[in-house]
Ligand binder design. Structure first.
Ligand SMILES: [Zn+2]
Length: 40
């Protein structure tokens, strides 16, 4: 049994999906470049 339970993100963690237009935006800006909606 492996004690390592660290999850490796397959996708780039630096990107997030906009909840408004479902567009991929760089997490560095934390703001959608398509509709201009903030993540939170
Ligand atoms: Zn958006």
């Amino acid at each position: 049994m492996s004690t390592s339970t660290q999850e490796r993100p397959a996708r780039e963690r630096a990107t997030w999906v906009c909840d408004n237009c479902h567009s991929r935006t760089a997490g560095l800006r934390k703001r959608c470049a398509d509709c201009g909606t903030s993540r939170y």
